[in-house]
Design a protein around this ligand. Sequence first.
Ligand SMILES: C[S@@+](CC[C@H](N)C(=O)[O-])C[C@H]1O[C@@H](n2cnc3c(N)ncnc32)[C@H](O)[C@@H]1O
Ligand SMILES: [Zn+2]
Ligand SMILES: [Zn+2]
Length: 494
Amino acid sequence: MGDVRLLHGDALDVLRSLEARSVHLVVTSPPYYAMRDYGDVTGRWWPDHPDCWQPYPHEHRGSTSDPSRCMFCGAWYGALGQEPTPELYVRHMVQVFREVKRVLRDDGSAWLNIGDTYAAGGRGPGGGRKQASNRGSVSLGRRTAPSGTKPRDLLLIPSEVAYALREDGWGVWTDVVWHKPNGFPSSVKDRPSRNHEIIWHLTKGPKQRFWSHRFGQPGTRARPKPDHYWLDLVTGRELHVPPDGWEEVTAEIDGEIRKRYQRRNAWRGHHCYFDMEAVLQPLVTDEKRDRRIRYGGKSEKTSTFIPPNPNGKHIRSVLSCSCASYKGAHFAVMPAGIVEPWVKACTSERGVCANCGAPWTRVTRSCDPRPPRTSTAAEQAEWNRAQGFPGGTGCIRRPGGNVGTKRVTETTGWVPSCGCHLPQGPDPAVVLDPFCGSGTVGVVAISLGRSFVGIDANPEYLALAEERIAEAREEQRQLSLFDRDREEQVCQTG
Ligand SMILES: C[S@@+](CC[C@H](N)C(=O)[O-])C[C@H]1O[C@@H](n2cnc3c(N)ncnc32)[C@H](O)[C@@H]1O
Ligand SMILES: [Zn+2]
Ligand SMILES: [Zn+2]
């Protein structure tokens, strides 16, 4: 079972005390710009303030006319999210994420959930209605639009942050839209009510960090020489010696004359660890079915919790997940449904090398379960039924040769992605949330057998996190006892 470390303090300061390259994955939802005030405990003097004219070290002190400005150097005191301008917020996010990048392993990645807001513009402070879940928010009282924006403009905060992080060396790998089916309608009548947020997936830059081998050799950290195999597009078989004349042989494939064999490299390079097999979605989604996810004794509605399905399709970039409600004192609880897929995909389920922390990777074998290319629609439907494919649809080859299903992949084992060759098994991967609040990321990480490091400036939220994570641990312990009992019974009867 994974370890838990909950650290009290300012994210930037505590991150600086953590070991470099010690974390496999970061999932976080920091304070959004101009949304909620998390209280005095989250205020700090920010380093490298653009107006600071005194580079030498000194004790900052607020001036009498403006306690948020240092009377000696002009540095700003305040909480992340409460900055007077979006530029300053973006600057502080970059400072925090520079430390996140330092503690993240080179093959790790970060998921950043970040909200947007509208510029002020004569409709009262803040210029627009805030989210329904925004209890406890205080308005910044901005009555003018920030420079460069028009009154009531969308501030594009997630994009501004992503551009700035990219400038600072991060790779912006993908965006995910979190769709909130229970999003609250806004009273503003001249634009749609926002019921989505952006989640960025960030990597540590452009390089490939490790290579895994298609047929189960341990991985490597240095680019290996190609190890070719040949895919027969007619039979779907993978051949390890080149078929005679493979460069010229053609065949009729999906009604077209095409090259029959494709030469492929068994080594695959990775920018960051991502286990697609862990998050495959069903080929046919039943929108009406009520999926529930259970974490830490609480169940919530989501469309993202899906048992791994070897016949599945790749996870999509829109996650539909209702906002979480939590009886504790925290205002902005993340639902487990938007955390779970990324913990599953971006940390190894099997664990990481106990020496160097490299993730173990999945070894898969794929076979082509598709009906013969010559069969009729009726034969295909019958074949689908026999294979147990959902609804007998979704898997029918469409005219023109496109297919409605994919090759089925089966996990045959796990191998390290490093060359340490340790005799002992792997350790759990480490997940970090530098703004952990009530600890949703920790609850998900521990429930999935990973370790967790959480940071928060508010000790009351950390106490909530501790309580929720302890419940998740207990649930996890019961489950593993149950599994062990079952294994013992099987051994005794077998
Ligand atoms: C959006 S909430 C995170 C919610 C969390 N994901 C959850 O599910 O409960 C942001 C959190 O950041 C904390 N916070 C704000 N400024 C901070 C700072 N400078 N350092 C550390 N934590 C801070 C707040 O106390 C709050 O708990
Ligand atoms: Zn100062
Ligand atoms: Zn190793």
